[in-house]
Structure formats: C-alpha cells, structure tokens
Design a binder for this molecule. Structure first.
Ligand code: ATP
Ligand code: MG
Length: 382
C-alpha cells in the first residue's frame, strides 16, 4: 500500500492494518495516535498515511509483544488529503507557537524540535525560530555556526530602521534542513540564532517598541508556513516578551522538579502581566512534563502542582502530556542527529516518545483544518 489514505470509518483502518485480535482492536481504537478525525457527527473522516499506518502497526505489534516487524521506507504527506478535503490548500497565515519556561534544561528545545518534526511529518510547512543565544535548536539538524547569518541580523536591522525588515531580508537568513527521516523526505526551515544575539537583545531591549520586532519579522514570512515554532532561552526579558507579542499559542515545558515549577510560575506571571499591558489574549495551549517517575512521591506532588497551574490558565486536560521516559533515548538520538520520531534503535522507547508529539501535532493540524472549514462556510453563508 502506498500514498495517502482517507478512511471513512475506523473499521476501514482496522482492515488496512489487518488487526482482528480483540486486544489489538481495543488498542487501536483507544490509542491510535497518528490519525486525524474531523467533521461533524454526520461526516467523520480519518486522514492517515502509509507512514502513520506503519508506525501505528508497529506500536500495536510492540504492545502485543511481537518485535520483529521490519520498518520500510515510507513517505508521509498529510497535507494532500487535507487540501483535498478543503478543495484547496489552506492559505491562512501560519499559527505561531512559543515553547517556554524560564527554568533551564526542561526540554524546551527538544520539545520545539520534536513538535516541529511531527508537524513536518504531517506535511505541514514549518519554521523553527531560535531565540536562544545558545542556538541549540539551530544546531539540532545542522552543525553550522550561523555567525552573521542569524536572527541577530534582523533584530539589528529592526533597531536601525524597522522599514529595513523585508521579506527578502528575512528569507535570506532562513535555512532549510531536509532529509533527516528514514521514513522519507520532509523539510524544516530554521531561523537560527547565534551567541551574540544575547547582547544585541539586551542592547535594544530598552528602546521603544522593541517587543514588536519579532512580530514584524515573522509577519514577512507568515504566509509561507503553516506553523512557526519559537524556542526561547531560559530567561525573562526581551526574548520572552517579543515572542509573547508575536505568538498565538504558548506551550509550557516542565519537569517534576521544584525549580521547574518555580520557573513555570514565574513564566505564567510574566506572560499574564505582559498580556495585560498590551491587551492581548494568548492561548495557553499545552504543557509537556517530562521525566516523570511514578515511584517518587515528590514527583506526584510536583506534577499535581504543575498541572494545577496549567489548568488554571486554561490548558485542557487532553493537552497535558506527561512522559515517563528517561533522557537517554533523547540524548542518543540527538547524538545520532536523528529526530526522536525516527530513532528506531529502540523502537519501544521511540514510540512512547513520539506519542505525545504526534497527538499534539494532530490537534494542531485538525484545529487549523476546522478553522479554515468554518471560515469557508461563513464565506459561503455571507
Ligand atoms: N521528553 C523527554 N524525556 C526525557 N528527557 C528529555 C526529554 N526531552 C528532553 N530531554 C532531555 O533533557 C535535557 C534538556 O533538554 P533541552 O536542551 O531540550 O532543554 P531546554 O529547556 O531547551 O534547556 P535550556 O534551558 O538550556 O535551553 C536533554 O538532555 C534532553 O535529552
Ligand atoms: Mg534550549
């Protein structure tokens, strides 16, 4: 079986996956991650692709205790079936998502890169924006140093004269990374960072309107992408407020530690204060809590408190993603320069790792489809 598939019922997916065994069917209906449903009760359709079917199959097989299913090359492009459903490509400007927490080392960069990869695997056009002078997400796929060819140049130009910010200039510092997947080709664009960005940001922070710089920069290329994901540094100040000004949604990164919780509280406070100041509503969209160890009592307490905060600011329960994985699988995949979503040395861990990211990416894509559908029917009605 090749290419994209559109299924009308879960029965059709079951038939495609050739699962009949009761437990496998149960797993499929409860835990089928890479499947997107949309439409009204009358018209529910499932969009999936060979790649997603392959992963799902593997997931079920592993859960069922059989481990030797070969992984074949597959392409994955969810975009086409979505476009087909919509009769045309979605042309809305990109949804901007900021991944943040002022505490360091709580998976902001890993989450940014993996959400971006999951979206790209779903056929979405994705730009990763690195606002961290440490430039971790810039170098994730590419070891280059981006000295003189980074977002710093754009901030400097903005500071000299904001009319200098043109689409051509922004595009001149965007780098495209391709072919990191063993499942087929997809690409992710990166607006990279460099160490000197820190000083530049500090220098322009006091200038009037500097918080609007990033927003103006992203406006130039918003029509070229479906999603723009911003990785932030573990500190307050201009990077955080300029991303808050530019963003539609916030994703919180956390770990079950006291410091992470403090960082979360401070970040939420700062976002609230800033939103009040500029009269802006930012959607607090999801929280990823990693390295949760259920045998530790204090992890349960810290998890509860973190989730308490996220619920208070409106993050729905289905967008709390708690992972029990140890960092090893992430570290080894990073070392191998392979996205965690394609790191099949340890397929069980990989599948556990990819689950929350695909689920979140699926929500995002679905939301975008539904919004476009609603706009279309409003236009028709008007
Ligand atoms: N889902 C996860 N489960 C377990 N470990 C993870 C997960 N995501 C990332 N890690 C590990 O956590 C460590 C820190 O990750 P990362 O660099 O993404 O954090 P960060 O918040 O971006 O850090 P900084 O604040 O320094 O930018 C890394 O060693 C990474 O491998
Ligand atoms: Mg980081």
């Amino acid at each position: 079986m090749e290419g994209n598939q559109i299924f009308n019922t879960i029965e059709e997916i079951k038939a495609t996956l050739e699962v009949n065994e009761k437990r496998a069917v149960e797993l499929l209906s409860k835990e089928l991650v890479p499947c997107i449903t949309t439409g009204t009760e009358k018209r529910t359709r499932y969009y999936t692709t060979t790649n997603m079917i392959g992963h799902t199959k593997k997931y079920i097989e592993i859960k069922m205790g059989e481990k030797d299913i070969p992984h074949t090359n597959r392409d994955i492009f969810l975009k086409e079936p979505i476009d087909e459903m919509m009769d045309e490509a979605i042309t809305d400007p990109a949804v901007v998502i900021t991944v943040t927490n002022q505490k360091g080392g709580v998976s902001k960069t890993t989450n940014t890169v993996t959400i971006a990869t999951a979206l790209a695997m779903l056929g979405q056009r994705v730009l990763v924006v690195d606002l961290d002078p440490q430039a971790q997400s810039s170098t994730y796929f590419n070891d280059d140093s981006f000295i003189g060819r980074s977002i710093m140049l754009l901030f400097r130009e903005y500071d000299m004269n904001k009319d200098n910010i043109t689409k051509e200039l922004v595009e001149s510092v965007i780098h495209t990374e391709e072919g990191i997947s063993i499942n087929g080709k997809f690409s992710i664009d990166i607006l990279p960072s460099e160490l000197r960005l820190g000083r530049t940001m500090e220098a322009i922070a006091r200038n009037f309107g500097s918080h609007k710089a990033l927003s103006l920069i992203l406006d130039q290329v918003k029509n070229e992408y479906d999603f723009i994901i911003i990785d932030t540094p573990p500190s307050p100040g201009l990077p955080l407020i300029s991303s808050m000004y530019a963003t539609d949604k916030v994703v919180l990164s956390a770990k079950p530690t006291q410091k992470s919780l403090e960082g979360l509280e401070m970040t939420i406070e700062e976002i609230k204060d800033f939103n009040r100041e500029v009269e802006k509503e930012t959607q607090m969209d999801a929280i990823f809590i990693n390295e949760f160890n259920p045998i530790l009592n204090h992890h349960h307490r810290l998890l509860e408190e973190s989730v308490g905060h996220s619920r208070k600011i409106g993050i729905p329960e289905e967008r709390e993603f708690v992972s029990k994985l140890a960092p090893t699988i992430f570290e080894t995949s990073q070392e191998a320069k392979v996205s965690i979503l394609d790191y099949l040395e340890k397929p069980k861990d990989t599948l556990a790792a990819f689950d929350p990211f695909f689920r979140y990416a699926s929500y995002l894509v679905l939301e975008r489809v539904e919004k476009a559908e609603a706009e279309k029917s409003m236009k028709k009605g008007a």
